[in-house]
Write a protein that binds this ligand. Structure first.
Ligand code: CMP
Length: 145
């Protein structure tokens, strides 16, 4: 069981002005924000982050979407973080997401689904370090990585 996960409020979430509402839902669910920033991904950086999807038909659209504006990566901590966070955000397709989940509330489609959550403990560590350096995590919040 891991205690960390990476959330990303995606560019559609920023355009819809949802940063505040989404972070409130996350913290009300018991997650601690360990680090947060606003960044605009480059195509190369997005391609690296989503390398696992590079053979998928939607890969180019995914890169266009994720580089269409700034996003907000958030390093989170909670017991059982990965599973609990994926429950909080709901299914990839908002039409299939449970009531009360972030995607059910705010996402427009399977492609533009407002928020990302790591899918495993191993990926959580890799993904947090995609956006935050070890030094930054330590300097910002004393977060040892
Ligand atoms: P996420 O599950 O966070 O990471 C992969 C992303 O690819 C996913 O969110 C969507 O934003 C996007 N995605 C997944 N499936 C599709 C699809 N069938 N068509 C377009 N985009 C998709």
């Amino acid at each position: 069981m891991s205690n960390r996960t990476l959330a990303i409020i995606k560019p559609d979430g920023i355009r819809k002005n949802l940063i505040g509402q989404i972070i409130t839902k996350i913290t009300e669910a018991g997650f601690k924000v360990k680090a947060v920033k606003m960044v605009k991904l480059t195509k190369d950086s997005a391609a690296g982050f989503y390398e696992v999807h590079k053979e998928r038909a939607f890969f180019k659209d995914l890169l266009d979407y994720m580089t269409s504006g700034p996003c907000v990566p958030i390093a989170l901590e909670k017991e059982n973080a990965v599973a609990d966070f994926r429950k909080l955000i709901g299914a990839t397709d908002p039409a299939e997401a449970e009531d009360g989940t972030i995607r059910k509330l705010y996402a427009a489609s399977k492609a533009e689904n407002v928020i990302h959550g790591s899918d495993s403990d191993e990926n959580a560590a890799i993904e947090i370090l995609h956006f935050f350096s070890r030094k930054e995590l330590l300097d910002i919040s004393g977060y040892q990585f």
